[in-house]
Design a protein around this ligand. Structure first.
Ligand code: ZN
Length: 222
């Protein structure tokens, strides 16, 4: 049975024109919320046919394309090549703008362990541990992310059915658990670079992600 969630409500909505480093531009309706369970400042970006003022009557029709994206300061803002977050974020914005839906920007840096701990984990990885082993060595879980607030945000936006843009089965499972129907799953692309190849291979092996690294770089996923 889906868990009964504390109700969140839309706090503010405002239009923000976006332009990325490669020149891609679109317009977002950015939503803030009251009542999110962890009290953090998570935001939703409405894109495509969801980029206008919130319209409760828009809920019929196909489910919106939704990506819960966990904040990654180094990847999202600075283009770090240690992970694929920046490229995934950029791809997600365009796919969602084309299809209509929401990007949920979740303030859970470094798989939920925080920025400093993530950088500590990078230092441990440089001694030979993988992402998950490094988090455990620091006393954290392998992955401390929760999608409870993502479900709260969607329900506040009147969305109870989504097409989920993700390779991560845990996201779909958690959203279902929190009462959001995942009507379809849309895989994201794989963004392979020299520096993140090992990270992606670990993610595929340990997190049970559906990534086919062989298709893009001749790197096996186990
Ligand atoms: Zn990242």
């Amino acid at each position: 049975m889906p868990r009964k969630l504390p109700t969140a409500t839309i706090r503010t909505q405002v239009t923000v024109p976006l332009r990325f480093a490669d020149g891609y531009a679109t317009t977002a309706r950015v939503f803030t919320f009251n009542g999110l369970a962890d009290g953090l400042e998570h935001v939703a970006f409405g894109l495509g046919d969801r980029s206008g003022p919130f319209n409760p009557g828009q809920q019929s029709g196909p489910p919106p394309l939704v990506r819960p994206h966990s904040e990654c300061l180094t990847g999202d803002v600075f283009g770090s090549q240690r992970c694929d977050c920046g490229a995934q974020l950029r791809e997600a914005v365009e796919l969602i703008a084309d299809a209509g839906g929401y990007l949920l920007y979740l303030r859970q840096e470094g798989r939920g362990i925080g920025l400093y701990a993530k950088l500590d984990a990078y230092a441990l990885q440089d001694t030979g541990l993988d992402t998950y082993e490094a988090n455990l060595a620091l006393g954290h879980g392998e992955d401390e992310r929760s999608y409870l607030v993502a479900a709260q945000m969607l329900l506040a936006l009147g969305v109870s059915r989504v097409a989920l843009l993700s390779n991560n089965p845990d996201k779909a499972e958690q959203l279902r658990h929190f009462g959001v129907t995942v009507a379809a799953r849309v895989p994201t692309g794989v963004h392979l670079s020299q520096a993140n190849a090992r990270y992606l291979a670990t993610k595929a092996r340990r997190g049970d992600h559906t990534l086919d690294l062989r298709a893009v770089g001749g790197i096996g996923s186990d």
